[in-house]
Design a protein around this ligand. Sequence first.
Ligand code: EPU
Length: 428
Amino acid sequence: MEKLLIEGGRTLRGKVRISGAKNSAVALIPATILADSPVTIEGLPNISDISILKNLLVEIGGKVTQDGSDLTVDPASMISMPLPNGKVKKLRASYYFMGAMLGRFKKAVIGLPGGCNLGPRPIDQHIKGFEALGAQVTNEQGAVYLRAEKLTGARIYLDVVSVGATINIMLAAVKAEGTTIIENAAKEPEIIDVATLLTSMGAKIKGAGTDVIRIQGVERLSGCRHTIIPDRIEAGTYTIIAAAKGEEVLIDNVIPLHLESLIAKLREMGVVVEAKDDQLIVRGNRELTSVDIKTLVYPGFPTDLQQPFTSLLTQAEGTGIVTDTIYQARFKHVDELRRMNANIKVEGSSAFVSGPVKLEGAKVKASDLRAGAALVAAGLIAEGVTEIIGLEHIDRGYEDLTDKLKELGANIWREELTEEEAEQFQNS
Ligand code: EPU
């Protein structure tokens, strides 16, 4: 087991290239199950969530070949193997195996998903969608059993705007008989990416990226090639880091439109952000002004950037209020930031961040993926050395984080935990 060490305070400059989007990838990979011939996805990030999903495809009989960041999946000999336990529990996105296997085989057994602990994360809207399409869904000993004689298109209104439910229902509906209409659908770019892959496979989908998606079921879907979109959350994380410590940082391979809410807030704080085709140029500022943010569904401020943004707010003049309306308990990073001298108070679903403060290096623990990103940002800002444990969370979502930051001039490295540290970690 390793820890991440950062000697903070350095000015960052240069270029960082953004990888393919994790939250698209985790849906695109299960979507390949629906085809009857090989599908190639280009530009996948090299992160642990992807390795787990690839293994799951192999477990159900898929033939998977990797060529650099391109993955080819031949789904022809897959079977509806039950996946009640094991790897499926390691990440939340394994729930996409429900929609994809139901869509192809009309049956599936999938363990209830794991993933980041951000408070309650129900999947009732996914189930509501599957049932509307004609599936029987039961929960037996921690696994979800889905069975259908046949799937028939339906009109489904989502009571909560959910990325996962929108994608999962699309996966189950593309081969159903007749038309499915998803109302109050989520509009995140990852949904458009999945719809683009499915359309290239032969699906008939209209309206992805709006709140009404219409799907006309088709009998078969076949192989194709698809290039994944860049990861807007990874790009946003480096943009935030550059805002705090960057002289001039070029963020390469981004879709600037995907980051409009973040860019607007950074400009309000006094950061210079220039958007050029698929690049952002970020010039940091040492005299930042505080702002308030409220996380909302896309195109609002993403909950996934709230945590790293909190680290930036510690450097701004005044008190900024961070309110998370998506995951009201997503504040586990705050205690760790306090160890680094941050002045933050949490009340209900809001954190009040007062600054500017001099952050100091400390021993801290990443409790989830974006909490990890927040601690990395804080470590780069802080004086002295920050030691971060819980790297398995960071490795789930950030490809080559250490090397990418080194390229920008950061002093960052990984070390094995000593036996004593490993023991403390297990007990913490
Ligand atoms: N919700 C329900 N019922 C449902 C589904 C969701 O009540 O059936 C609630 C959730 O509890 C939450 C809200 O609806 O309060 C939105 O959840 P959503 O379903 O949109 O989240 P998700 O699909 O499980 C994805 C990302 C998350 C990201 C959220 C919100 C993936 C694999 N995960 O989760 O990403 O925070 O959308 O944008 O795509 C991350 O990358 O760190 C991460 C956690």
